[in-house]
Design a protein around this ligand. Structure first.
Ligand code: FES
Ligand SMILES: [Fe+2]
Length: 437
């Protein structure tokens, strides 16, 4: 449970808000590189941390992310012409480069130097891992560019997509790090007898409805694990990382990890970036890359043409099938991530956390809130928040079976920090899809 004030502090992300200021200290995933495919290709609209922006790739290949409104009379630059290293407003022809300078003002007398005094907001960008990242914070506090394992891999080893979620970012993050809901939300009917007993992960879920959640704080957020006891067979451990402020890595196959980055568009909407990468150098099929984040091989839920909205969404009640729910699956909704999105959106645009009742399996969520509030305070006091120093770039997530009662973090540490592969990791086997929490 949070006070109303704490809830507001954690959920509001606009300029000048405490959380907004904290988030502006990190590189923000802003767009997929293919959305701005080539020099002078059309601009796109994006919304980050309650700011209306446009992104465009200049003639020289650099990507600009600038305020969406023309400095003249506020026309939207999405309608603009992307030409010769600048974006030209089609109302009166003013043109802006990727640093926000007005570089041409044809509607004013030629001798005027007015254009030299005019700017629009512009943010530094980098491209890494097929993502355009923006830095929206104080220039002197800009951290090193993102350099995760997946941003270094060849394109063939990385699947990445994004999808619009109609809720505040925090309940999306909290849904992601809540590893106890798998049996229910993503399970069959009845829970606990529904996963594939031929896989270790399935057997573990069938044996244990209530995993023990353990959290190990780190300098970037925390590592945590959901531990399911399997009697003499040992403990099935799924170990994750939460990286400040919005990024989670989770196990994904024998030599891969999955991840989500929950980027606030504004207080009530979130762009969810879905990742899968394979460090075993096993190229992903086009199908796998396309399905990243859809959570089900039967369909793709991302409607790119409709600004990355979900095909199954609250307007069509996620196409819930009550017969399916009655007889086969817990929710009657197709697709793991669609189930997540449906239930997280059902909590309201901003969940009222003054009314919740948290249990032991909410330990990781409680810890994340505490860490975020502490980080907000550090920033307010002029300090650095966690996760801006590049100490964590090799992180991977793993699942394994350990001898009963083994301290998982010690046993898995090298693997979790990308130093080695655990032998036992291979024993778990690919569970297919890798989309489960
Ligand atoms: S509003 Fe953009 S040039 Fe006039
Ligand atoms: Fe889930």
């Amino acid at each position: 449970m949070l006070t109303q004030e704490q809830n507001e502090t954690l959920c509001r992300v606009g300029p000048g808000t405490p959380m907004g200021e904290l988030m502006r200290r990190y590189w923000v995933p802003a767009a997929l590189s293919w959305e701005v495919p080539e020099p002078d290709s059309p601009p796109i609209t994006i919304k980050l941390l309650s700011e209306e922006l446009v992104a465009f790739r200049q003639t020289d290949g650099r990507v600009g992310i600038v305020g969406a409104r023309c400095a003249h009379r506020r026309a939207h630059l999405f309608w603009g012409r992307n030409e010769e290293n600048g974006l030209r407003c089609v109302y009166h022809g003013w043109k802006f480069d990727c640093e926000g300078h007005c570089v041409d003002m044809p509607s004013e007398p030629e001798e005027s130097n007015f254009k030299d005094k005019v700017r629009i907001p512009a943010y530094p960008t980098v491209e890494a891992g097929s993502v355009v990242w923006a830095y929206m914070g104080p220039p002197e506090k800009k951290p090193a560019p993102p350099h995760f394992e997946w941003t270094q891999l060849p394109d063939a080893n990385l699947g990445i997509s994004k999808i619009w979620q109609q809720s505040n970012w925090l309940q999306a993050l909290e849904g992601g790090i809540d590893s106890s809901h798998t049996n229910f939300l993503h399970g069959g009917k009845p829970p606990g007898q529904t996963f594939d007993d031929n896989t270790v992960g399935g057997r573990a879920r069938n044996l244990s409805l209530a995993p023990v959640i353990e959290v190990v704080p780190t300098d970037y957020g925390y590592s945590y694990a959901g531990i399911r006891t399997m009697g003499d067979e040992g403990d099935y451990v799924r170990a994750y990382h939460w990286i400040m402020p919005w990024y989670q890595i989770r196990p994904g196959g024998t030599s891969g990890s999955n991840g989500h980055i929950w980027v606030p568009m504004d207080d009530e909407n979130t762009m969810v970036f879905n990742l899968h990468w394979d460090w075993g150098k096993e190229p992903l099929s086009e199908r796998q890359k396309k399905l990243t984040g859809s959570g089900n091989e039967l369909y793709v839920d991302i409607n790119v043409e409709n600004n990355f909205r979900s095909v199954r969404n609250m307007d069509n009640r996620y196409e819930i099938d009550r017969e399916l729910q009655k007889n086969e699956t817990y929710t009657g909704i197709l697709g793991t991530n669609t189930q997540d999105r449906a239930i997280q959106e059902s909590m309201g645009a901003i969940a009222d956390r003054t009314l919740e009742r948290l249990g032991t399996t909410d330990r990781a969520i409680i810890n994340a809130r505490r860490t975020l509030l502490k980080a907000i305070k550090s920033v307010e006091d002029g300090g650095h928040p966690p996760g801006v120093a590049p100490t964590y770039y090799k992180l991977r997530s793993l699942e394994t079976v350990l001898p009963k009662g083994t301290q998982w973090f010690e046993a898995m540490k090298d693997g979790l920090f990308g130093l080695t592969m655990l032998e036992t990791r291979m024993a778990v086997g690919r569970r297919g899809g890798g989309g489960m929490d």
